[in-house]
Design a protein around this ligand. Structure first.
Ligand code: CIR
Length: 268
């Protein structure tokens, strides 16, 4: 009996796949931000603190090595979409990021059957917000409608619905909106308009903190960036359990908390 309970716990625990910070991170892709000095050692220390917090929150963390020629490889979220039934390997919209995918695929193959977005599709995982069986996919400079169509076809057999979503002013859909509580989305009203849903409630970020809509949601708590105290206090007052970490150096590369991990349950 005890063995069964332990096996159940292990199978249902969170796995976080992360990737170390490349020594070349200062040469990262940038879309909306100006390039400023970015200290690899500081970024590495912040990333380690992020990994430590994932572990404290109950994740088993698997870390992939960084590569010198992959400046953005720490932002592993963009390379895959991991669902309970299957892992979809993306085809990142920035050519410099496409070689990040094979190493992630090799690891995910231990956990899930694999399918892939093919050319001319382009998809960054940061553009995909999953709420249950609904996948909201941002149309961005990184994600095109061909990929959205491929995604719908590949995931049809599992009953997922893919909804294209418009947004503006930021890199990825999940810079503008993420889930922070059961049926609650946190969003930046300057970057998107709420889409039609019956069940979802929309909470706006504090207007002084435009980047505050990005949170890693664990079902009963969130991992959140330290930089957004006003929105954090609002969330805490609303009853959300918030755990913060400093990712300010990674933010200079247009990274945020969701993009530094792929989160999934061990068992499909
Ligand atoms: C890029 O432009 O691709 C990286 N410098 C930042 C990617 C951040 N990823 C994410 O928000 N999902």
């Amino acid at each position: 009996m005890r063995t069964n309970a332990l096996a159940w716990r292990l199978m249902n625990s969170w796995i976080a796949l992360t990737r170390h910070v490349s020594p070349a991170i200062a040469a990262c892709e940038l879309t909306h931000l100006d390039r400023v000095d970015l200290d690899w050692q500081v970024a590495r220390a912040q990333h380690q603190a992020y990994v430590n917090l994932l572990q404290k929150l109950g994740c088993e963390v698997h870390q992939l090595p960084a590569e010198e020629n992959l400046p953005d490889c720490v932002f592993i979220e963009d390379t895959a979409l991991v669902l309970p039934e299957v892992a979809v390997m993306t085809r990142p919209g920035a050519a410099s990021r496409q070689p990040e995918v094979p190493a992630v695929e090799a690891t995910l193959a231990d956990f899930r059957p694999i399918c892939r977005i093919d050319s001319p599709g382009a998809l960054d995982g940061g553009d995909v917000l999953r709420v249950g069986r609904d996948l909201y996919v941002g149309r961005s400079t990184r994600t095109n409608s061909n990929a959205t169509e491929q995604l719908q076809k590949k995931l049809d057999p599992f009953g997922y619905r893919v909804h294209p979503v418009e947004f503006r002013g930021c890199l990825h859909l999940k810079s503008a909106v993420t889930q922070v509580d059961t049926n609650v989305l946190l969003y930046n009203p300057d970057w998107m308009d709420p889409f039609e849903t019956e069940e979802l409630e929309w909470w706006a970020v504090d207007s002084h903190e435009p980047f505050a809509a990005n949170a890693v949601f664990f079902g009963d708590k969130i991992l959140y960036a330290e930089d957004f105290p006003r929105t954090r206090d609002f969330l805490s007052d609303c009853g959300v359990e918030v755990h913060t970490v400093d990712v300010s150096e990674l933010a200079k590369a247009e990274g945020a908390v969701t993009c530094c991990s792929l989160l999934f349950k061990a068992r499909a």
